[in-house]
Design a protein around this ligand. Structure first.
Ligand SMILES: Cc1ncc(COP(=O)(O)O)c(C=O)c1O
Length: 382
């Protein structure tokens, strides 16, 4: 029986290795490793792809979010509404600016619930930070209406959603700033760290560029405390090549998701991920829920996960502890039971292997393993 990893980047690399290796060699021979035409070209290509006028590369998705908040003057005394069900980078950067993350519970899509977002707005709220988790777009029409009614900034965390759409627009071009990660596991992944910010506002774009380069407005003239956050030329060259394949790879992911749906839709004890009606998801993760039979805790999910692992099938738990219950956020004052949907999701979620090259046979093996683990030993229909 084949071992199935949660993600296999070697298969993707094989498709583009000749082009990537030639391009990397060009950069190595050029002696131009930081900035320059290669980075500028990728920034423009990426902005064009997302549908914004400005694209600014940086070191990571984390930096992209931090810089976006700084560019919008968010800091001490401000509140930023976001989700407790995300990677910690989303809230980490809010705290880093001196602002306070306000966490609201999620809905069936795993994204934050917009009624709860509305209810959490106070006079201190300065921004809303939606996360298009697992590649599933937040309802940006409603979110922008809420933000506009209260004069709030919207910073989109698109780390897991490069290429996803809401109502015909790519996520990242709808809020004031869209922030992307090019961490290798993302839909558009570099061969190392990388990130980008996109915006249609020239003033915000200018500030982002200043802040990411030590707050420097002209050579060695610094008006603000910035950071050093660069997308290097090697990564930009690789990303330019990969960007041309992104839509095809995202279609591949959609096909894998469709096959999971066919294989798993009738399995009792499993809830499949929500599908967006007005949006288009890009399936950075395919995350099912394993029903714990109304019991608190993750016993059933963890048993299923271990049994899959025994068959050589790796799965992941994104995320086992919602952020409001993380020790680091004790001082924010949340208690267990306060955000019950996020807490239940943390006990039930299981992300199955997801990458465009995953074969039907491998998916059948995964479905069979799941059914077997849930004591449904009938043969998986092919
Ligand atoms: C939702 C989310 N936000 C932000 C980040 C941070 O991105 P990076 O790892 O590039 O700093 C990640 C990456 O894992 C993420 O998944």
């Amino acid at each position: 029986m084949n071992k199935i990893p949660p993600l296999d980047l070697t298969k993707q690399y094989k498709q583009i290795s000749t082009e990537v290796e030639a391009s990397v060699l060009d950069i190595l021979r050029s002696g131009r490793y930081i900035g320059g035409a290669t980075v500028a070209q990728f920034e423009q290509e990426f902005a064009d792809y997302i549908g914004t006028t400005h694209g600014i590369g940086c070191n990571s998705g984390t930096d992209a979010l931090y810089l976006a908040l700084r560019a919008l003057n968010i800091g001490e005394g401000d509140e930023v509404i976001t989700t407790p069900f995300t990677f910690i980078a989303t809230t980490e950067i809010v705290v880093r600016t001196g602002a306070t993350p306000v966490l609201v519970d999620i809905d069936e899509s795993f994204n934050f619930d917009l009624d709860r977002v509305k209810a959490a707005i106070t006079p201190k709220t300065k921004a809303i930070l939606p996360v298009h988790l697992f590649g599933h777009p937040v309802n940006m029409t409603q979110l922008m209406e809420i933000a506009q009614a209260h004069n709030l900034y919207v910073i989109e965390d698109c780390a897991q959603a490069t290429g996803a759409e809401w109502a015909g627009q790519k996520v990242g071009c709808i809020g004031h700033v869209g922030c992307f990660s090019f961490f290798p596991t993302k839909n558009l992944g570099a061969c190392g760290d990388g990130g980008a910010m996109v915006t249609n506002d020239p003033a915000i774009a200018k500030t982002l560029r200043v802040l990411k380069e030590h707050g420097m407005t002209s050579r060695y003239h610094h008006e603000e405390t910035g950071i050093n956050s660069r997308l290097d030329a090697l990564q930009a060259a690789i990303l330019s090549i990969k960007l041309r394949h992104l839509d095809t790879w995202n279609q591949g992911r959609a096909q894998v998701a469709e096959r999971y749906e066919q294989l798993l839709s009738m399995v009792p004890g499993i809830q499949l991920p929500a599908q967006s009606l007005e949006g288009k998801e890009v399936w950075n993760q395919y995350t099912i829920r394993i029903n714990n039979g109304g019991q608190p805790g993750a016993t059933v999910r963890d048993r299923v996960r271990n049994q899959l692992q025994e068959r050589g099938i790796s799965s992941m738990v994104y995320y086992p502890i919602p952020l409001h219950l993380q020790p680091v956020y004790k001082t924010l004052g949340y208690r267990p039971g306060q955000l019950p949907h996020a807490e239940r999701a943390a006990d039930e979620v299981l992300s199955l292997p997801m990458y465009p090259e995953l074969s039907l046979e491998e998916q059948q093996q995964i479905a069979y393993g799941l059914k077997d683990s849930l004591s449904l030993r009938e043969k998986v229909a092919s």
